[in-house]
Write a protein of this length. Structure first.
Length: 346
């Protein structure tokens, strides 16, 4: 677990560290030059993710942000419009890359738990008018970070995607935590993204890999995503060293995502009756707990840190706690004690 002076660190599931088995797999990885398509470990990772998600092809990228940006750029033209939830990661936390690099503008929606229904999608699509940008792509997110880690069902993703396709749009899924969604919903990840044209999944969050995400989709689109990866400076050489961590994570760390969800439920139940806290609990929660606080979030975070608990400030009155493979029942009990004390004293 990533800790600061022994603190329980719930800031993010990106804080996971490779265990000894993962490090051994990385050290033993068979290597080649991935830009030349000659790293066998990267190829195995790409093939594995494509198979698990039911897609034709995949490309390994250094980060989820690059994966999302390359996917948007590969499926749009400058001046197009991309429809997305107002709280989506691609909107809030990716430095405006869609505008700066891909040259597209975002049309923001406020759908239930971050995914619009069919009628909302159709209403958001621009008509044929020279004054309007062309609606080209719908972006969805599963799980949805800023909507409390909501796991969105296959039916709801399908409804939005089918409506987008009927309007001539393609669909990209930011599936950074897609495997969390699949575990929480007791379905395959392929079922969740069956109607999505491209999907980006992260290896360095709950799965515990050190670096990287994988974008999947049809072969022609993935060729374009790979071209954008190169343009963005994401062409890696002997990348099998880190891809091996991802393969190890897929083999060893998938089922245990349920432990993170269970730990999040413990925190949720413990804080339900604290007067100065309001929990944003989605229909199907996963490993993220959002807490709206009466006092300033910065004050709550500071008080927690003084007592050995690290949390993330998500807004003026919102903090986030994220469970991950570095957190066990003992850490959760400590977190409950600290948060209960800090919030009850507010």
């Amino acid at each position: 677990m990533s800790e600061s002076a022994g603190a329980v660190d719930l800031r993010s599931d990106t804080l996971t560290l490779p265990d000894s088995g993962m490090r051994a797999a990385m050290a033993a990885a068979e290597l080649g030059d991935d830009v030349w398509g000659e790293d066998p470990t990267v190829r195995r990772l790409e093939e594995e993710i494509a198979t698990r998600l039911g897609k034709e092809a995949a490309v390994f990228v250094p980060s989820g942000t690059m994966g999302n940006l390359a996917s948007v750029a590969a499926q749009t033209r400058p001046g197009d419009e991309v429809i997305a939830d107002a709280q989506a990661h691609v909107v809030v936390s990716e430095v405006g890359g869609t505008a700066v690099v891909a040259g597209v503008q975002l049309r923001l929606l406020d759908g239930y738990e971050g995914v619009p229904d069919a009628a909302t999608v159709r209403e958001a699509v621009r008509g044929d008018n020279i004054h309007y940008p062309v609606s080209r792509l719908l972006c969805v997110e599963n799980t949805h970070n800023r909507r409390g880690g909501a796991a969105v069902s296959a039916d709801r993703i399908r409804e939005a995607a089918v409506a987008a396709h009927e309007c001539g749009l393609r669909v990209h899924c930011d599936g950074a935590r897609l495997f969390n969604a699949a575990i929480a919903l007791n379905c395959s990840p392929a079922e969740l993204v069956e109607t999505c044209d491209t999907v980006s999944v992260c290896l360095s969050k709950g799965l515990g890999g050190p670096v990287g995400s994988v974008v999947t989709g049809d072969a022609a689109t993935i060729t374009e995503v790979r071209r954008w990866r190169k343009l963005l400076g994401g062409g890696m050489r002997q990348a099998g060293v880190i891809a091996a961590g991802g393969l190890y994570a897929l083999e060893h760390n998938l089922a245990r995502l349920a432990d993170d969800h269970a730990n999040a439920r413990v925190l949720i139940e413990a804080l339900r009756d604290v007067p100065s806290a309001k929990l944003s609990v989605p229909t199907v929660p996963t490993n993220i707990v959002l807490i709206e606080t009466e006092p300033q979030a910065s004050e709550v975070a500071r008080s927690c840190a003084e007592r050995g608990l690290l949390v993330t400030i998500m807004g003026p009155h919102t903090i986030r706690c994220v469970m991950h493979l570095g957190i066990d029942e003992h850490h959760v009990r400590r977190a409950v004690d600290v948060l209960s004390g800090v919030l009850s004293a507010a």
